[in-house]
Write a protein that binds this ligand. Sequence first.
Ligand SMILES: NC(=O)c1ccc[n+]([C@@H]2O[C@H](COP(=O)([O-])OP(=O)(O)OC[C@H]3O[C@@H](n4cnc5c(N)ncnc54)[C@H](O)[C@@H]3O)[C@@H](O)[C@H]2O)c1
Length: 277
Amino acid sequence: MPNNYYAEKIVLVTGGGSGIGRELCLKLAKAGATIICTDIDPDSAALTISLIEDTTKGVAGKLDVTQLAEFENVIEEAITKYGRLDLIFNNAGIAISGEIRDITADEWKKVMDVNFFGVINGSQTAYRYMLKQGFGQIVNIASAAGLIDYLALMAPYSVSKHAVVNYTKILRTEAKKLGIKANVVCPGFIGTSIGTNAIVANARQSWNDHAIEMVAKGISVDKAAGCILQGVAKNKEIIVFPFEARIIYLVTRLFKGLFRKAMQKQVKDFRANYRVS
Ligand SMILES: NC(=O)c1ccc[n+]([C@@H]2O[C@H](COP(=O)([O-])OP(=O)(O)OC[C@H]3O[C@@H](n4cnc5c(N)ncnc54)[C@H](O)[C@@H]3O)[C@@H](O)[C@H]2O)c1
């Protein structure tokens, strides 16, 4: 890691009980940070901490990112215990797939509550404390789906991640002269179990099985967490990986018409084979 960037840092991770969040906690602890690992499922967060070599370098707790008051409590406790908060990784997120006409208002709300307002709740609370201490870094995990337009069949996910990207860019702009850094992470597929818990709107199980398979073929959490931590240490505005995700992003911007047509073809295939009519 560049210049022992994470040594002695106090770091809060949301959604730390699984996938990318868990691997971030393990790597951060290895790099010398003290971890506050949180998750809506406190047992999974505790399991993450039990996997850290020096378990005194971490604590686990319950934090549902949709609940502003829970952030308030966790961050207040961290400041009381450690005297400061150096970094927050707003990582918790959920997936959804299906056509816009089949996705209910409640499903939109659920995805926006976790993926967007979860990030806002964490950022705003940490920002306030970081402003008082005069330093800190806010890292928001979005997705390549937050950069690419026309991504059919996952509208709430893509919309929530686009919002996170733009929010973080604005936060970074406003916070720079106040001593606070902000970074947004936009990965392609990473092999985690995000698809297993995804909301599937009016589609056959085989559709989600296909999505789970695509995610499983993604890069390892080990590689992903490494890319994230390197990008954050370099204070990159947008951290996009793997290389293929950058290429896809570029191609979709250069050939918008073609990409939109490819998406329309995918919708046609979805309707023919997977949608429950
Ligand atoms: N896996 C991928 O291919 C991929 C790609 C790009 C971006 N991402 C993003 O990375 C982040 C982590 O995803 P992952 O792939 O590790 O998924 P994951 O399902 O393995 O982990 C997500 C974690 O978030 C927790 N969580 C869910 N709702 C929560 C809530 N309300 N409050 C607190 N915790 C909650 C879950 O319990 C789980 O431990 C997400 O924001 C996701 O959108 C994932």
